[in-house]
Design a protein around this ligand. Structure first.
Ligand code: FCB
Length: 454
């Protein structure tokens, strides 16, 4: 299966997951520093203090990307490196780092794709209410402008937010991500303020970026499917789809919130934090939609598991474990979910260009005696999902690129270092990088611009 000419191949990472060096060059604390240093929040007490030490090793890592033949690299900027307290003038030393990274990538012919927010909110902003506060959205736009001004001439692809669903609902409702709040009403405010931050950020970026630069957002869209054949299961699908997908897609592409979601959550909030003009700001046209996809979501009529959940107002809905093979995360492997998601966006929302900005799988990889890592399951996961991408392109979906998650093993949020998503293995005590078989395989995919299906 050969991909269209110009199809963008890449790998993705995020600042807190790889950088380490939390105190370097004037960086301030983020909510993930606070969260990971709070006992009980992250598996094994892991923190991002060292991570993959990429902040110091970025030159070697870029050289490795070049040997992989990577045409593009998706990374995120750490907001508290640019504004240690989340506001005010730029910390020049922080910007300098990303300036060097971007130049290093360019020197190796690798296109940088920059994400402004991959969850590391400056702690000071959280202390004044975080994403529950409207002001945080305005602060984000200022931060976006600072980075845009400095790097706009060399970065052709900009992403405002990574997965606002996770930031809002894992962070403020389920409490399993930073800042660890368990307040369903607050999580809905957070979702709105994240979307508003996106819209204000797009405007701020357009002011400072050259006309050729593209602006996008990345959503983790879910393929929500019924876990049973019953009207109740179908109703559950609609509700979860509302919160997972339409709560983001509708304001971005249609300029309004889905009425059924507003109704289903009215016992929690009256949504009075949404001002008149917000939706016009949120629906400011963008150039590209980033989609992250890992696993499908199966639901049925309740009851939900006890305790805080990521789904405000859904205590009558339960999640069903799909049959079949799973990754080390316990996530079901089903590439058909990706097909459903990209077609849905294309057909129901917008023929906007799409990019798969994350897709990949964790397995319990082990470093072999020969220094390599056999990971046939990851190769078959990636191949199956790429086959779906290829079919979608043939069927007319405007899919421009694919980024594997992740370039290298890293700090997997609340799972710490226990889950390995990389195509490159990291031995944390020595920071030695070893290519897994999937890295060699991906290099081949890139160089032939295609996948081989038996
Ligand atoms: C996504 C995140 C990314 C990584 C993968 C496994 O939700 O964007 O940082 O943790 O999941």
């Amino acid at each position: 299966m050969e991909f269209p000419e110009g199809f963008v191949w890449g790998a993705a990472t995020a600042a807190y997951q790889i950088e380490g060096s939390p105190g370097a060059d004037g960086r301030g604390p983020s909510i993930w520093d606070t969260f990971s240093h709070t006992p009980g929040r992250v598996a094994d007490g892991d923190t991002g203090d060292e991570a993959t030490d990429h902040y110091r090793r970025y030159r070697d890592d870029v050289a490795m990307m070049a040997s992989l033949g990577l045409p593009a690299y998706r990374f995120s900027v750490s907001w508290p490196r640019i504004q240690p307290g989340g506001k005010g003038p730029a910390n020049v030393a922080g910007l300098d780092h990303y300036d060097r990274l971007v130049d290093e990538l360019a020197a190796h012919g690798i296109t940088p794709m920059l994400t402004l927010y991959h969850w590391d909110l400056p702690q000071e902003l959280e202390d004044s209410g975080g994403w529950g506060e409207r002001d945080t959205a305005a602060r984000f736009a200022e931060y976006a402008a600072l980075v845009g001004e400095r790097l706009g001439d060399r970065v052709p692809l900009w992403t405002t937010l990574n997965e606002p669903w996770c930031a809002a609902f894992l962070g403020y409702a389920a409490g399993v991500h930073a800042p660890g709040r368990t307040d369903p009403a607050l999580s809905l405010r957070a979702a709105h303020h994240l979307l508003l931050a996106h819209g204000l950020g797009v405007d701020a970026l357009r002011e400072v970026l050259p006309a050729s630069a593209q602006v996008s957002i990345t959503l983790n869209l879910s393929a929500v499917m019924p876990g049973a054949t019953s009207p109740e299961a179908t109703a559950a699908v609609r509700r979860i789809d509302g919160l997972a997908n339409r709560l983001f897609l509708d304001p971005l592409f249609r300029g309004h919130y889905p009425a059924d979601v507003l109704r289903a959550t009215e016992a929690l909030t009256d949504w009075s934090f949404v001002s008149e003009d917000d939706l016009a700001v949120i629906s400011t046209p963008i150039d590209l939609l980033g989609i992250n996809y890992y696993t499908p979501t199966l639901v049925d009529a309740g009851p939900a598991e006890p305790g805080p959940t990521a789904w405000p107002g859904c205590s009558d809905i339960r999640f069903v474990q799909p049959p079949g093979p799973k990754t080390a995360m316990g996530w079901a492997i089903d590439a058909q979910g990706l097909r459903a998601v990209v077609h849905r966006v294309h057909e129901e929302y917008s023929p906007i260009p799409q990019m798969i900005t994350e897709n990949g799988a964790a397995f319990d990889d082990e470093l072999g005696a020969d220094g390599g890592v056999r990971d046939p399951e990851r190769i078959s996961y990636l191949r199956d999902h790429l086959a779906v991408v290829h079919e979608a392109i043939e069927a007319g979906v405007d899919l421009r690129g694919y980024f594997v998650w992740s370039l290298l093993d890293n700090f997997e949020w609340s799972y710490g270092y226990s889950k390995r998503f990389g195509i490159v293995h990291v031995d944390y005590p020595t920071q030695h990088r070893a290519w897994k078989d999937s890295a060699y395989w991906y290099r081949q995919v890139i160089s032939t611009n295609g996948i081989h299906i038996e």
